[in-house]
Design a protein around this ligand. Sequence first.
Ligand SMILES: [Zn+2]
Length: 394
Amino acid sequence: MNLKIDRDFTILTLAELVRINSINPSLSPEGKGEAEIGAYVADLLNSFGMQVTTYEIEPARVNVVGILKGSGGGKSLLMNAHMDTVGVEGMIGDPFGAEIREGRMYGRGTQDMKGSLAAMLGAVKALADSRVELAGDVLITAVADEEHASIGTDDLVKHVTADAAIVTEPTNLTLCRAHRGFIWYDVETYGRAAHGSRFREGIDANMRMGRFLARLDKLEQELRHRPSHPLVGPPSLHAARLQGGAEISIYAAHCLLQIERRTTPGETEKQVTAELQAIIDELAAEDTTFKATVNPAFMRNPFEIGAEAEIVQALEGAMTDCTDAKPIHSGQSFWTDAAILADTGIESVLIGPTGGGLHSAEEWVDLRSVVDLAQILAETAVRFCQVSTNPEKP
Ligand SMILES: [Zn+2]
């Protein structure tokens, strides 16, 4: 099947999306959220004859869902992109300029992930414009807040579901089948406050945290020597924040350490917490004044899908057709909304455009990869949702 992607529409749409400030307001005070960009996306989806719903999650924070209805009896495919971006401080050039140079578009969100959103819109336009009628539904989901707490996709899964999902986070047009998750931990050590001169009374919580940190450092090195996951590598951790003590002349009664532990597919919260608890237990066995606790504060699961899954096969077939090359299977180090979709039982996979400078001073996307992505997404929908056996659209 050869669906015609409207290249000019796709690139123009990308430029329009980049020109709209959709910086995440939870990250930056100049952030406008997703209301304006959401209205723009909803208008376009309406113009393709889709069923469009805008869900307001919080003021100025919206998800937009468009459904291209199939004729029935086919599988449904959800495509997901976040509309928010990180801030623009320190960027080179105009972050909202959408300037094109040598086949690249520059600006905040070009790769992460307005290029992806434009490709999804280009793909669904091609499906709507064509004479092909699909049996299953195609859902375009443009969501809020992926760059902060993912309130968007968390809310989305309460309202819609599908047989499979493609999350279009940047992957340089590789087929991404796995990424890491994370768990944030609070580790606390407890001492006893006392006047700085009274060493017999004082118990120093900061010194005790030092003991914990020394063991944690060993664990951190050990993690990287564990058998590596074939797509995402080994797990890791870092001691992100440390806060202890009240005044210079007082023994510290309390110290708080916040750890981020990046998990690989197959690792569980229980296992990972037990590793940290084991350090505390060892230290407590060596010194009865050592008192500490470890608690998970927030977590997001890792994600993985098998190469044999139907959506992976459909995407692989479409990629082979569109690019004349055997797709590269990849893993990502960072977490994405694909894990939320996968956790609700939707078979999920990732593919996104080529570019660079995500979250940095000069972000860009390769325009050819955006159009290629649109083609791949449209062809994947045809393979996965299947062409209707009913008579063709008028
Ligand atoms: Zn992103």
